[in-house]
Design a protein. Structure first.
Length: 334
């Protein structure tokens, strides 16, 4: 290991001991983790809230308790394996987890250098949310210039980034959102059309089918249960429904025969199974850094929180409230 920076023995971290509501987040003083071979130690500067934090805390997704909360972070490398291409002092972004803490360990296969000309806070959005938006458009359904796509929760964290990458790739984007303010924001971020989900669904289906000339090529849906059935009415023949989240609850089980009238494809990807190998991580982070440096993505921040149990509980409540747009950030250190 090579290290230049003095590391304390203990650190502040937000932990969860048992499934429950936002109140089960506790702030603790715990030992600074020790990196294993092929791992780096990172001093965290900013971390971010993701919808998945609620799924882990509630027990919807499997997780061993107790655990340290968090997914994405931007920070400085404190120690690196002696044979690695990384050096202490470099600024990186990562989706390695346990990031609601002053220090985290990450495998070298799950970090990427954050160039000096990218803001640290933007680097947090470049973790889970932007990598997801990018893989959804590159792999879950690989968009082609001129395609029509539907983006659910278009003013959300993933949604606003998805719109911008899709526009960069030459795609026509229809967003759905729940309020006029969110509709305005989604348009500002490049959506060609935005449909309010507060209007009756028969109207929505007719409008989306008309706008897209007979249905969209793909639906990108992080809402889940509430929008599942409607997706089948606004997708075109041979289209792809990408269901990637459960903001309103998980989608119900269904028979494959449901896909046959339009010969549809359905896929249910997750970031960690799509971008799983070191090569995949490097390809996606390199591509993302290039798009960001080209000025193609503007990151929206809903609010900045502090590393306290109260703030983290509030942030997790906020992201599930339908009242947020863009990213919720947590400041960890200067
Ligand atoms: N599979 C993956 O790899 C992956 C990776 C990252 C995120 N995700 C998933 O993607 C989804 C979006 O994540 P995000 O972090 O960007 O969150 P977000 O979109 O900022 O927030 C969720 C949005 O979902 C919409 N929504 C619709 N019905 C809702 C309900 N009943 N309760 C709460 N929200 C509802 C709301 O937008 P409107 O008010 O406009 O409807 C809300 O703002 C989440 O389900 C998340 O788990 C999946």
């Amino acid at each position: 290991m090579s290290s230049q920076i003095q590391v304390p023995k203990t650190m502040k971290a937000i932990q969860v001991d048992k499934p429950g509501g936002p109140e089960v987040n506790v702030l603790r003083e715990i030992p600074v983790p020790t990196p294993k071979e092929d791992e780096v130690l990172v001093k965290v500067q900013w971390t971010g809230v993701n919808y998945i934090d609620n799924y882990f805390r509630q027990g919807l997704y499997p997780k061993e308790f107790p655990y340290t909360v968090g997914g994405d972070a931007v920070g400085t490398l404190v120690s690196t394996p002696s044979n690695s291409k990384y050096k202490a002092g470099q600024r990186i972004f990562t989706t390695a987890g346990s990031s609601f803490a002053e220090y985290l360990v990450a495998p070298t296969s799950r970090i990427a250098v954050l160039p000096d000309d990218i803001d640290a806070r933007d680097g947090v959005s470049m973790g889970t949310q932007a990598l997801t938006a990018l893989y959804l458009l590159k792999e879950s359904y690989e968009v082609k210039k001129g395609d029509w796509i539907l983006v659910r929760a278009a003013a959300g964290g993933v949604g606003l980034i998805l719109i911008q990458i899709a526009k960069y790739l030459g795609v026509n984007v229809i967003g759905t959102v729940s309020t006029p303010d969110k509709a305005e924001l989604a348009k500002q971020y490049g959506a060609d059309h935005v449909v309010l989900t507060t209007t009756p669904s028969a109207d929505n289906v007719a409008e989306i089918n008309k706008l897209s000339g007979g249905g969209v090529h793909a639906v990108y849906d992080g809402v889940g249960k509430d929008t599942w059935e409607e997706n089948f009415e606004l997708i075109r023949r041979k289209g792809t429904i990408v269901t990637y989240g459960n903001a309103s609850g998980p989608v119900p089980s269904f028979a494959p025969l449901k896909l046959s009238p339009k010969s549809l494809k359905v896929t249910r990807p997750s970031l960690f199974s799509v971008i799983s190998t070191a090569e995949e991580y490097e390809w996606y982070t390199t591509e993302l850094v290039k798009i960001v440096r080209d000025g193609k993505i503007k990151f929206a921040v809903h609010k900045e929180y502090e590393l306290t149990a109260e703030d983290v509980a509030q942030a997790q409540k906020d992201i599930a409230s339908r009242g947020t747009t863009g990213k919720l950030l947590v400041h960890v250190s200067d």
